[in-house]
Design a protein around this ligand. Sequence first.
Ligand code: NAP
Length: 454
Amino acid sequence: MLRVAVVGSGPSGVYTAQGLVQQSQVPEVRVDVLDRLPCPYGLVRYGVAPDHEKIKSLQNNLRAVLEDERVRFLGGVRIGPDGLPAARLRELYHAVVYCVGAATDRHLGVPGEELAGSWSATEFVSWYSAHPDSVADGFVLGARSAVVIGVGNVAVDVTRILARGTAELSPTDMPQAALTALAASEVTEISMVGRRGPSQARFTTKELRELGALPDTEVIVDPRELELDPEYNEPSGLPAANRRNVEVLRGWAATPPRGATRRIRLRFFLRPVELLADGGEGDGRRVGAVRFERTVPDGHGGVTGTGRYEDIDAQLVLRSVGYRGVPLDGLPFDAEHGTVPHLAGRVVRDGTIAPGEYVAGWIKRGPTGVIGTNRPCAKETVTSLLEDAGMLVRRELPEDPLVALRAAGLTPVEWAGWQAIERAEAELGASLGRGVVKLPDWTALLAAARTARS
Ligand code: NAP
């Protein structure tokens, strides 16, 4: 029997588990999907915006895989020096596939980035997604205008959540504290700012269009700014996706402002150079504005500065400039790309393939693509692993890994524990007159898991 550990239960981890049990090359396979959180689904649970119910419903597909009798979910298991050392994990399984994603955010590297009121978009997303490691909650408190730096899909998500009203957020599974805070939000001006041109923005058209459909909110673009981009003026050579973005922006450029309560300003060719403080002292200094330098296209897809600056007022700044992978216990790391070096999913250490160690998802290819991109990515890794299986299964394994995990002092949250969390979230929602409402902290999650029926 081939016994595999998949580290991470987000889409890439679950698609890897699915690929392993759905193949016919190796007749008997058992897969343990480990996660440091007591809850499965990774970014589908803790990254996909709560108002994107359709994408969230992908959880049902992932659930079917984790409920397969050959697959076991083991939550609350941290791999590394402060949990189960990676070397021990390797002893317990024939193969380990790391599907841990990109755990942190990229930095801007400009002065003032650490001022109070300046957050990474991932911190904001974690808060409204009820991630148990989220510690902050004062995001919108006292803010009237917000700047979102970056024009990718995460930037669109956080912009949209800032602009949504309670009526639209209440039916989602957003935690109650975030819903209450957003309901009291006085943010009416949101600027989402790209350093390059509209034809180079990373958001997808479906997500972009959603901004234009928000109640009592209008999207404002300045046609003169858009026209700085030669490909906005002449989009015929662009890939279809970018051309569609340009068409949507053209539509907004041609629409006069309606005087809606909230305004989303899409800005381009502005690169952040400094976050400016507004009052406070020492660590308490708060952000009051972002200083941008006007850029112009350099003719090679990049931009150059012009030495002209513009300050945009903001008491809340969300830096949405991409995720970044972090080094993992016992694995090689490509610091430039934030990924683990690999060949078709096989980990490469000092130029040689490390037998029995694999990667899939963002830690393999970097933080790009949509959820579905993880399917072919996981498939490639599974194919490599199955090619190696004959050699891997020759090693005799000590015992059921669950016994070893418990002996190491770990108390994994098994599937029944997760189901108990789901029940607790349904009960919490019912008590609040809402649908399912997520439990936002470790204590509540683990307490709910302990009520699992055996
Ligand atoms: P992203 O798509 O890589 O976008 C990052 C943005 O940050 C780009 O606009 C980039 O501009 C900008 N940026 C990077 N460094 C910067 C700097 N120093 N100063 C100013 N701007 C800077 O990343 P993401 O939005 O975090 O999304 C990650 C992945 O998740 C993407 O593949 C995305 O499609 C996916 N996702 C999908 C959905 C969905 O399907 N609904 C939702 C969320 C996320 P440049 O282009 O100039 O580098």
